[in-house]
Design a protein around this ligand. Sequence first.
Ligand code: FAD
Ligand code: SIN
Length: 540
Amino acid sequence: MNQDFLVIGSGIAGLSFAIHAAEHGSVTVITKGKAIESNTAWAQGGISAILDETLREDGDTYESHVADTLDAGAGLCKEEVVRKIIEEGTETINELVTAGVEFDRDHDDDKQYSLGKEGGHSQRRILHCKDTTGLEIAKALIETAKKHPNITLLEEHFAIDLITTAKLGIATEDRIVGAYVLDEASGKVNIFRSDRVLLATGGCGKVYLYTTNPDSSTGDGLAMAWRAGATVSNMEFVQFHPTCFYNPSATGAKARSFLVSEAVRGEGGILINEKGHEFPKDHDPRGSLAPRDIVARAIDHEIKKTGAACVFLDVTHKPKGFMKERFPHIYNTLLSFGHDCEKKPIPVVPAAHYQCGGVATDVDGRTTIRGLYAVGEVACTGLHGANRLASNSLLEGNVVARRAIQAILKSYPVGKESFTTPPVPAWESGGTTPPDEQVLISHNWDEIRRMMWDYVSIVRTDNRLQRASRRLRNLRKEVREFYWGNSVNSDILELRNLVATGMLIVDCAIRRKESRGIHYTLDYPEKNNAFLHDTELRRF
Ligand code: FAD
Ligand code: SIN
């Protein structure tokens, strides 16, 4: 199948790009599972954006948003990238409103949007749709994409690997040619050809045992780009969200991954220990609303010090009905788990939440492979540095998508293809998967995720990282045997990507011999400016 643009992933990044690209040519969006299954659809807090700063009565400015982003990023943000993204907030909000997103206003007749606050933000600047902002954005973009005659949206299509000229043995140029894609319904692997491919596959939270992410976040795009020879950077910076609902009796990923938005702390929720003490204040004067790395580490410290299973997010002092009105999704979901947050503090623990590193790109999403662009959580533009400021990622996904289409059209104009079309060999598959091997695949999934949680999480040491590296390399050998010995299915493919992602996180973490942002190691507890640079890895 040939298309002018091939988009892999149906979150905010992929769909924002597809909607623009459709004005210039044919677009195929492929996505594994259903289109609505994405991190985007699970986003709660909102999207940070300074709408025309001259209209802000509270004096919020681009400069202030830039300063907060740089502060969270602990020296590794690329300032020019931060500025460019933040200054496009107005276009992003207008674009989402045109797609049908209705952001909350304090009163129905208000001209101004209602603005929330999260950790690390010095001002209220987060637009939201109650506490289901991401779902509203995802639904609006999917609807818009489905209506466009130039967009073909294929659900249950799993991208296995990118096809590049280098992989085809054409050494003179390294450019994208397309992707091998598994049709999950038929089990067939097809070739999707395009000279312009957008990777928008999101993050990799599932590489950890405890995560706020949906099941789709298995680092597929990152692993594919790595295998194709793209540069990957800063994978040591995995952000842990401080407040995932602690629900030990729960079964099923959804019940174990339920996020309680940082916006709840923005509205006055406080983190306390069993004795009722707001312990984050012992670590930072901003207390419960300090940036996430500080709060997550404070919780980790508290849990290890006291031996408690969790800490608590207390909103019992808020007026009755407040949670139900402002955070209905959180309030009702907690009730469905048997917890009334108006009556009792919410038990919470940190969980893996966001991949700050990724496929290295510039602010236009350009990777090191010609024609391959990466946008959203899969990419590392330099906006987040060593720690992402809350609610900056939805903004980044949309802004960089808009910039990427302009950049692609300039470099690879549609209808003026200057490339020859190399023949692409059909996909080679293995045999059939014996049932006893399927059990081993599940076992390896669990082993990787537990090992990453135990050895490579909030507080690290050289020793734990080295052990993780050795075990991952052994697991990789086994996974390769499964992969080449069996027919492909999404479990094997995700396992292969999880092991690659785990190795990239560990390999980057081993190289950073300092503590900075969300990478904290007991062996080097201070910042060291000899490491004031990105950690870059490339396979060949
Ligand atoms: P995603 O939205 O994750 O989309 C990726 C898509 O790619 C999915 O459709 C997936 O199925 C598909 N895909 C993956 N692999 C393959 C493959 N091999 N083949 C085909 N398709 C594939 N950020 C904010 O800014 N504000 C918030 O309030 C906020 N809240 C959050 C709350 C939660 C619980 C979570 C988990 C994240 C939150 N984030 C928030 C982060 C934000 O949601 C994500 O960073 C952002 O939505 C990522 O968008 P994306 O388009 O890059 O990826
Ligand atoms: C949240 O609502 O707490 C998540 C916000 C984010 O990750 O940006």
